[in-house]
Design a protein around this ligand. Structure first.
Ligand code: ADP
Ligand code: RBF
Ligand code: MG
Length: 169
């Protein structure tokens, strides 16, 4: 995928309210503006990378992009599970992510337990892969320390220009 690593940020919005949190796997959902900006070669599926909330530390993350076939969603979503335990919810905050690698396509499962097991195995894979030096260096990228990540969302024109620069394509 030529667009990886792919940098983006956006406000955390309310998702499907299905209580993925109760399953132990909360996912911070991006708004349509971020989903609609994805380059064409970023296919639906499961990705891993780095994430920070506001100006927090940078943590490992896994992300699901697509229609959640297990739930047969009609709306494409882009949801990030940050591999860190937060004290509080962070709806309305700016989530910054860099997607560095692809794990697998989305699929449906015979049971909720099987879906949860698959997600937990994605998390384990992400933890290991992100220790590779080529991925570790992205954790320290200026993208996560620039003032933009701690301020409000950029106006759309500025955001799309800086996204082009960030992703270098
Ligand atoms: P929703 O359907 O609104 O996305 P979820 O059950 O998926 O609800 O929970 C997501 C919310 O949980 C996030 O928007 C965020 O505020 C909070 N949250 C707490 N810890 C995490 C985490 N480690 N990763 C992602 N979101 C988290
Ligand atoms: N949903 C699916 O329907 N199929 C999947 O294969 C799938 N894989 C996921 C992998 C990860 C790492 C994450 C964080 C989510 C995944 N989901 C998948 C999305 C899950 O169904 C969704 O987060 C909840 O439905 C809450 O919106
Ligand atoms: Mg969610």
């Amino acid at each position: 995928m030529k667009s990886l690593p792919y940098f983006c940020r956006g406000e955390v919005i309310r998702g499907f309210g299905r209580g993925s949190k109760e399953l132990g796997i909360p996912t911070a959902n991006f708004p349509d503006s971020v989903v609609d900006h994805l380059p064409a070669d970023i296919s639906t599926g499961i990705y891993y990378g780095w994430a920070c909330v506001g100006n927090s530390d940078v943590y490992k993350m896994v992300m699901s992009i697509g229609w959640n076939p297990y739930y047969k969603n009609t709306k494409k979503s882009m949801e990030t599970h940050v591999i860190h335990t937060f004290k509080e919810d962070f709806y309305g905050e700016i989530l910054s992510v860099v997607m560095v690698g692809y794990i697998r396509p989305e699929r449906t499962y015979d049971s909720l337990e099987a879906l949860i097991a698959a997600i937990n195995s994605d998390i384990e894979e992400a933890k290991v892969k992100l220790e590779l030096p080529e991925h570790l260096k992205l954790k320290d990228d200026n993208f996560f320390t620039s003032t933009a990540s701690s301020s409000s969302v950029l106006p759309s024109t500025t955001a799309s220009t800086s996204q082009t620069i960030m992703n270098g394509h």
